[in-house]
Design a protein around this ligand. Structure first.
Ligand SMILES: C[S@@+](CC[C@H](N)C(=O)[O-])C[C@H]1O[C@@H](n2cnc3c(N)ncnc32)[C@H](O)[C@@H]1O
Length: 187
């Protein structure tokens, strides 16, 4: 079956299978390498923008960082809150748009991973950077791994996709365009 990537966001089980190729501990190692190299302040409070099911929560808490997650999707936030509760980790979650939010407390480090910045205009991109800058303590750091590429001249032409399975029973092809819409009912 083929999923549109946005469909996967509403299903934690499939989401976790789709992105299970990641090494979260190594990603957090990279964060810390960036702190050491580039941050002008000690990092204690971190903000995960477009946090989804917060895959970094456990590893960050294990390394004693205070975690805040922000997402626009209530489904994703419910799943993130449930994970924090199960792991007994104190964390803050905010439902907000990542280009216009105001956190309750400023943070030392903000990150947006998996190309989760979906800014479609220059104004939106600039608003995002200004919003993140305002959320950071002076000398703090923002890590952005990439942006979604919109093929605005050919929206149907998105061709990035991958297939992944776990234990032979959960199997699917992930595609931003979700070209095979007919198989969605198999979900
Ligand atoms: C690809 S997932 C990434 C989740 C997580 N950061 C990770 O590394 O696995 C993208 C997330 O961004 C959220 N999102 C998309 N647009 C957003 C926006 N404008 N503001 C806040 N969150 C957004 C989606 O709801 C989804 O949970």
């Amino acid at each position: 079956m083929t999923f549109k990537s946005s469909d996967v966001y509403d299903n934690r089980r499939y989401y976790e299978i789709a992105f299970s190729f990641r090494d979260i501990s190594q990603e957090v190692d990279l964060f810390e390498e960036c702190f050491h190299r580039y941050s002008r302040i000690p990092v204690r409070r971190v903000l995960d923008l477009g946090c989804g099911p917060c895959p970094h929560l456990e590893e960050l808490a294990r390394r004693c960082y205070e975690y805040m997650g922000l997402d626009i999707s209530e489904v994703m936030l419910a799943s993130a809150r449930q994970k924090a509760e199960t792991l007994r980790i104190e964390a803050t979650f905010i439902r907000a748009e990542m280009s216009t939010f105001t956190p309750e407390k400023p943070v030392d480090f903000a990150f947006t991973l998996l190309g989760s910045l979906y800014a479609e205009t220059t104004a939106e991109l600039l608003s995002h950077f200004a919003t993140v800058a305002a959320a950071l303590n002076p000398g703090g750091l923002y890590l952005l791994d990439g942006c979604i590429s919109f093929r605005w001249t050919d929206p149907a032409g998105e061709d990035e996709s991958w297939s992944i399975e776990r234990g032979g029973e959960d199997r699917g092809k992930i595609s931003p365009g979700g070209s095979d819409r007919s198989s969605r009912s198999d979900l």
